[in-house]
Design a protein around this ligand. Structure first.
Ligand SMILES: [Zn+2]
Length: 381
């Protein structure tokens, strides 16, 4: 894995390269950030770089014996811990039982998520986790000498999925770190990790992919028109995985979000409670991913209508709207103003968080619609 393969994240890459150049390599790092931003790939690229025998200025060489093994994720000093599931063949599963699937999963796509991993394993809703038997494996591996490189690297993906026994064992190891071992924890929800583990790691925030980097990457891979690429970027919210899903869904979804948003605003404005309830029924059938996408879309429409409303020259380049959106917004923009924009954004953002946390979708959207109805009609005294 190379740094150059991962979209954007220049600051993080620079920071990581500097740890090497300044010989300030921490023994335990925590890469934390949202899904689909490339953080696991960054962790592997960093490990590959440290191990590379012919380091280039900004990346590994790709050709030395170490890089050749890294390219297949089979370097003997590279170890992984990740969530696994119980099965007929593995009643007490550990990561190594699934290592072949894992390599295929990682090498098949540079962007990863917990759900994609479960999908890849084809295990449906089975409980996946990092179980206590994993700690024996970790300790066993740490007791080996490094074979070929200066560092032994242990990448722990989703440490928040560790059970408490495994967490406590990991804490013990981090408290008395073995020499020449680098731990990289890669997490989406660091709040769910033991505080005592967090305090033993150096926090590296990996943000969303910024828009222009995502744009360039999509352009390079798909070569859609600029308009279409922009549209996808705006809906992806800095996640490469979202962008891929939107592309896989085709244009249908883009239009569907527009329809749903228009309906919601009309019903809310005219207090059509029965229509609002029908609308929440309709949206509750979409599934969480599509619901989240709708909320991201709505946030964008609200922001852009606000800009249209307050800017003198609404034809300027700040707002990118498709034709149907522009027609709608010409009438709608007057309802989004300085007195309600902040509250609207807060309400839609909270709804997205509640959907993410598996809140009851019907209630989340009904609640959102009621609050939106009030905010749209708000007139300053
Ligand atoms: Zn190399």
């Amino acid at each position: 894995m190379f740094f150059k393969d991962i979209a954007g994240q220049e600051k993080v890459k620079e920071k990581l390269l500097n740890t090497y150049n300044g010989k300030r390599i921490s023994h335990a790092l925590l890469f934390a950030g949202p899904e689909g931003n490339g953080k696991l790939s960054l962790a592997i690229a960093y490990a590959q770089f440290l191990s590379c025998e012919n380091k280039q200025v900004n990346d590994s060489c790709g050709e030395c014996p170490s890089c050749k093994k890294y390219n297949k994720l089979i370097h003997p000093d590279l170890h992984f811990v990740f969530p696994v599931v119980k099965s007929k063949s593995f009643s007490k599963p550990v990561s190594d039982d699934y290592i072949k699937n894992w390599r295929e999963f990682i090498l098949g796509n540079k962007y990863h998520s917990f759900n994609k991993w479960l999908e890849f394993l084809g295990v449906g809703n089975q409980q996946a986790g990092i179980f206590s038997q994993e700690s024996h494996e970790v300790i066993k591996k740490l007791n080996f000498k490094t074979y070929e490189s200066e560092y032994k690297v242990m990448i722990v993906w989703m440490p928040e999925k560790m059970n408490i026994t495994a967490s406590n064992k990991l804490l013990k190891i981090l408290e008395e770190p073995p020499e020449k071992t680098l731990f990289i924890l890669v997490s989406e929800n660091p709040d769910d990790i033991l505080k005592t583990i967090l305090s033993r790691t150096q926090f590296v925030k990996i943000p969303k992919i910024y828009d222009s980097a995502l744009f360039d990457k999509l352009k390079e891979l798909y070569n859609f028109t600029d308009d279409k690429t922009n549209e996808i970027v705006r809906l992806s919210d800095g996640s490469f995985l979202r962008a891929e899903e939107i592309i896989a869904d085709g244009n249908e979804n883009l239009n569907n979000n527009f329809e749903l948003f228009g309906q919601m605003m009309r019903y809310c404005f005219s207090d059509k409670m029965i229509d609002i309830i029908d609308w929440t029924d309709q949206i509750s059938k979409l599934g969480r991913e599509k619901q989240k996408e709708f909320l991201v879309y709505s946030l964008r429409m609200i922001r852009e209508n606000f800009i249209l409303n307050v800017s003198e020259n609404s034809e300027n380049n700040i707002v990118f709207l498709a034709n149907n959106e522009r027609d709608f917004s010409n009438k709608f923009k007057q309802f989004i103003h300085t007195h309600n924009i902040e509250s609207l954004i807060t309400q839609f953002t909270n709804a997205a968080k509640n959907i993410e946390r598996n809140g009851y979708d019907r209630l989340v959207f009904l609640d959102l619609a009621i609050k939106t109805a009030k905010l749209l009609k708000f007139k300053p005294q």
